[in-house]
Ligand binder design. Sequence first.
Ligand SMILES: C[S@@+](CC[C@H](N)C(=O)[O-])C[C@H]1O[C@@H](n2cnc3c(N)ncnc32)[C@H](O)[C@@H]1O
Length: 386
Amino acid sequence: MTEDLFAALRCEPEIASPDLVAVDAADRLILDEAGPLLSGTAPGSVAVVGDRYGALTLGAVRRHGLRDVRVHTDRLTGESALLANAARLDGAGPADPEDTVPGRFRVRGLDAELMTGARAVLLRLPRSLDALDEIAALIARHASPEVAVVAGGREKHLTRAMNEVLGRSFTEVRASRGRQKSRVLHASGVRGVPAPGPEWPRRVTHPELGLTVCAHGAAFAGTKVDIGTRFLVEHLDAALPEARTAVDLGCGTGILAATLASRRPELSVLATDESWAAVESAWATVAANGLDDRVRVRRALGTAGIEEASVDLVVLNPPFHVGAAVEDRVAPELFAAAARVLRPGGELWSVWNSGLGYRPRLQGIVGPTRQIARNSKFTVTASVRR
Ligand SMILES: C[S@@+](CC[C@H](N)C(=O)[O-])C[C@H]1O[C@@H](n2cnc3c(N)ncnc32)[C@H](O)[C@@H]1O
């Protein structure tokens, strides 16, 4: 009966691509390995983290009749797909992304309430070890001491270091047998005393930028400053000096937004990202630098929620990965999102790996594009909205 559900799951609003599937062998293995833990559990005792499009949450609910499962998905795309799949499969129409589905599951941030009292956690292993460390520490601190974690992924994405990271929070970590190139790590036995180390979000001061950067585990580049970001920061003072409104699109930890706000007091800045970790990190960065009255931060897909033709300046360091896949459609999607909100004459300032040759696309999607700077790796361009 879960197979019917799996067959009906969709990845939307993810950008369609031939190798994108809504449920894969790792999801199936996690559900099978967790089966004995899930049958007969009390309402509110299961948490799901990192579900890609709803297969884990909806599969577990359908198979075991669970109630009040708490769910956290970093990417808004995944969260929206989960809610849309849940609504469609119930025939209830599209779900409000801010809403929850009462009774069966609730969408939450990566916070104490997600884990409080949980006895079973289904986890799709994140690629980043820092993200895994933050999740494991949260489980260890807030879940039931008897909690069992079933953490799985595709074998090509698993590393030995993941066992070590889980071992910082749990006394027992063992791997399942592989199946269809997927594997599960079972973790249990919460360590009474958490492993020493800084708390999340972590914070590091970068004196050369005059900024303190805060980062949750899943945020791009963590508390470091990516070299592409750094290159764009070097040129931001020259970006449309008459601008009064700016958007940091795909803000990550908020370095571009905080730089703009601290150097240009006349600018009103909005930072947006689809990642929960990014948005929470950007909030923390903005607050740590005393800029919370100057920068708004919002979790959104692209420029959703921003009025068309209303913005003077957009700054963007686009991703070239979606999850594990190198995906060259994401950046053009974001160029189009920027073009939609820029007023005529407004500018998109972007940094990109020179090998990606984005200039013709920027030219076509946004408008006339000039090179501002280029080094051995990156190009900074300014594109004027027609
Ligand atoms: C390369 S990182 C840059 C982060 C930050 N601007 C910096 O320079 O450090 C790209 C960011 O875009 C975000 N992102 C990717 N696709 C997005 C989308 N469709 N809508 C909003 N944000 C997106 C990612 O979550 C990630 O934080």
